[in-house]
Design a protein around this ligand. Structure first.
Ligand SMILES: *Cc1c(COP(=O)(O)O)cnc(C)c1O
Length: 426
């Protein structure tokens, strides 16, 4: 039985609890969720259920309270929920590493289990800098990325987020200064490919790596670009001794219609980050994968170890659920489900293109985006979506959705109606 009344929850939340990108004390009243099952969030105020259009930020791909994932957690809980990973190992972590290595683009064989997406990006950056240090080239310690990206909220990932208009402008003078190329255009343009080549060539002597989100830029603006740019990056990085990192934290595990977005370009990076959907949205866990070349390079250095080891590294509970989530995904025709949702979103969002104030409507895989020509009124847009029975979380000029893969056609249609309703008032 709940111990707090609804108004007590809201009052204590306002007084004590930070929320993502929120002020303290809190100003907006959040909705209180009592439980969740399938694609529905049950609200504590008795007003009913909302269809989740967000997959809890890309993560809950199989929906909530899934019997297979619950069972994996229960079974692991009865053995051990955690043991330290220094000097010890266990089956869930080893199985997960093998699953990830087997399913990932070719050559990514070594797996570092991190505790959040941002930390996995920190580890990726540390791997790249340490690789060049070990090879006697410590001056190669800057990163190149393109504008419009997002790689997390901890310090080094912030330095490769879009420096303007994004969430981290505030820190412009304090962050390490990285090299920024222009944001990638949606379609392939030879001039932009030339710009990428030129930037990498010019800075190659000081670059440890290029880091980008492949095909979809997420929290930096929900923009899509031609996979051909990834091939350009692979070629120019190879030609000029620069490592290539793909941040697949949002795009991994089928979201864009390929298991990993890198597959749209048939390109493999040297280092890859995954997170978000890794545990099917059950627990926080991420991973950084690298090639034999990177691992071997690091191990040849004067300090021959990767000096990173979170307390909760390889958490058995999260690893067991991650294994179950990946097996659940690969054991079904996930690509057909993502295609089905893509078709539903294309259908349902088509009318948004004609609405006043709408700049662009785009769909790729199980991702639907309506971009306005102005900042969204988040409160009004959220109310409009909730009135349609749907949970959305718009930001900047974007009303967008990435539903769980198990969302039925009528619920996909309902989500699309809610996005349109939010676009009308937002
Ligand atoms: C969400 C996200 C991150 C950060 O992951 P957290 O688990 O929130 O730290 C990094 N990169 C990309 C592309 C993301 O979408």
């Amino acid at each position: 039985m709940p111990e707090l009344s609804l108004s007590e929850v809201l009052e204590l939340d306002r007084r004590h609890v930070w929320h993502p990108y929120g002020p303290m004390p809190g100003q907006r009243e959040p909705l209180v969720v009592e439980s969740a099952g399938g694609v529905r969030l049950k609200l504590a105020d008795g007003s009913g259920e909302l269809v989740d259009g967000m997959s809890s930020w890309w993560s809950a791909i199989h929906g909530y309270n899934h019997p297979v994932l619950n069972e994996a957690a229960r079974e692991q809980l009865a053995r051990m929920s955690h043991v330290m990973f220094g000097g010890l190992t266990h089956e869930p972590a080893v199985r997960l590493a093998k699953l990830l290595a087997d399913m990932s683009p070719k050559g990514l064989e070594h797996v570092f289990l991190a505790d959040s997406g941002s930390v996995s990006v920190e580890v990726a950056i540390k791997m790249c800098l340490q690789y060049w240090r070990s090879l006697g080239r410590p001056e190669k310690r800057r990163l190149l990325t393109w504008r419009g990206g997002y790689h997390g909220d901890t310090w080094h990932p912030m330095s490769v987020c879009d420096p303007e208009g994004g969430m981290h402008e505030l820190w412009a003078g304090a962050l390490p200064r990285q090299v920024f190329a222009d944001a990638p255009p949606a379609g392939y343009e030879e001039a932009y490919a030339g710009h990428l080549r030129e930037m990498v060539e010019r800075h190659a002597g000081e670059l440890a790596a290029v880091i980008v989100e492949p095909v979809v830029q997420g929290a930096g603006g929900m923009r899509f670009h031609s996979p051909a740019y990834l091939r350009v990056l692979r070629e120019v990085c190879d030609a000029h001794d620069v490592l290539l990192v793909f941040d697949e934290i949002a795009t991994g595990f089928g979201r864009t219609g390929a298991l990993f977005a890198a597959e749209h370009a048939a390109v493999a990076p040297d280092v890859m980050c995954v997170g978000k959907a890794l545990t099917g949205g059950y627990m926080t866990m991420a991973a950084t994968l690298c090639t034999e070349r990177v691992a071997e390079g690091i191990s040849r250095g004067e300090v021959p170890v990767l000096a990173h080891g979170p307390t909760f590294m390889g958490n058995p509970l999260a690893a067991a659920v991650a294994c179950a989530s990946i097996e659940l995904l690969l054991g079904q025709d996930w690509a057909a489900e993502v295609k089905r949702i893509e078709a539903g979103l294309r259908d349902g969002l088509a009318e948004a293109a004609g609405l006043p104030g709408v700049r662009d409507v785009r769909v790729l895989g199980a991702i639907g985006v309506v971009q306005l020509d102005h900042e969204v009124d988040v409160a009004a847009a959220t109310r409009a979506a909730v009135a349609e029975g749907v949970w959305l979380r718009p930001f900047r000029d974007l009303i967008y959705t990435m539903p769980p893969y198990v969302t039925a056609d009528d619920d996909v249609a309902r989500i699309a109606r809610a996005v349109c309703a939010a676009a009308r008032v937002g």
